[in-house]
Design a protein around this ligand. Structure first.
Ligand code: GLN
Length: 307
């Protein structure tokens, strides 16, 4: 049944001619072929269903912010919220405007400024290479796959074009909101955004958010159930930036997008869904990915707003 649904969605997406625009502000991402589409669903019983280019690696970009947030909540608990807020921003992911009104404290952990503040918080007491190893190992454990790695060309490409993120970081630092050296924070941030994963790996990595913080197939308790619930609510409210309302309206599930064209979506108790198609809509979220998820929810009834 699930396999059938995914095959149908992939077949339908293959026919789409309006595929959105590949992100080109990170030059390395501009080379990605927009005619790709992959989808995978991992379920708590350990099964993984997939269709299309579901085993092709892509740059997870901002989806990695879910994993650094999870690490940070494990490490700092609720004191994390001294560094970053938890309200939707209604602004683009790289916007600086409300940062000034709110004295340099980012609205939420999923906009760039917020993710940079999260990195600063988890760097305390660690060298940049240690924290990068820690982030990567964490992702490998939750996905149960130690082949996952950084894409150094993407990380370097972002470092070479870092002006906007550097501006956000320096601005926050000027308000006393960042503790560490901006270059070190950004280096860590760009590397975690450069992690390359396939839809199948990403769907597995999301399983802990399906089952109250525990990855059922591996038995690993990633985070406590209250925190897991809270991460899901942040994904619902803020995971698509100024497109979060539209995503909640159309899909009705917690989701986190990245400018590499991936979206990780959680259907609590049911499954973890990863989609990928590199073309983006005007607010920087995967165009076909969003469409495919809308289709999937219609077929499965998996919205958190329906019974
Ligand atoms: N690394 C990207 C950036 O900082 C992440 C943005 C995204 O995926 N929305 O611009």
């Amino acid at each position: 049944m699930m396999q059938h649904i995914l095959d149908d969605i992939a077949a339908e997406m293959a026919l789409e001619t309006e595929r959105g625009k590949v992100a080109d502000y990170i030059p390395q991402l501009a080379h990605v072929d927009p005619n790709q589409f992959g989808i995978a669903v991992a379920t708590p019983d350990g099964k993984v269903y997939s269709a299309g280019d579901a085993d092709t690696l892509f740059s997870i970009q901002s989806i990695s912010k879910v994993f650094t947030l999870t690490l940070a909540l494990n490490r700092l608990g609720s004191t994390l919220w001294n560094h970053v807020g938890r309200e939707p921003s209604g602004d683009p992911f790289n916007s600086i405007t409300i940062l000034e009104y709110e004295s340099g404290k980012p609205r939420n952990p999923f906009i760039n400024a917020g993710a940079i503040a999260v990195v600063d918080a988890i760097m305390s007491g660690r060298e940049p290479t240690e924290i990068l190893d820690e982030i990567l190992q964490f992702v490998q454990v939750i996905a149960d796959d130690d082949s996952i790695g950084f894409d150094y060309r993407v990380a370097m490409s972002e470092i070479d074009h870092e002006d906007r993120n550097a501006a956000l970081a320096h601005f926050m630092k000027s308000f006393g909101h960042l503790k560490h050296d901006v270059d070190k924070i950004l280096n860590t941030y760009f590397h975690h955004c450069s992690i390359a994963m396939s839809c199948e790996q990403l769907a597995r990595a999301g399983l802990f958010l399906v089952s109250n913080g525990v990855n059922q197939p591996t038995g690993v308790k990633v985070i406590n159930s209250q925190q897991s619930r809270r991460i899901n609510s942040l994904m619902m409210m803020c995971g698509h930036y100024d497109g979060s309302g539209e995503f909640a309206y159309r899909v009705g599930l917690p989701g986190k997008s990245g400018v590499g064209g991936g979206i990780l979506t959680i259907a609590p108790g049911k499954g973890s869904i990863a989609v990928w198609s590199p073309g983006l809509n005007p607010v920087g979220n995967s165009k076909l990915g969003s469409k495919a998820l809308e289709r999937l929810v219609k077929q499965t009834g998996w919205s958190v707003f329906s019974k």
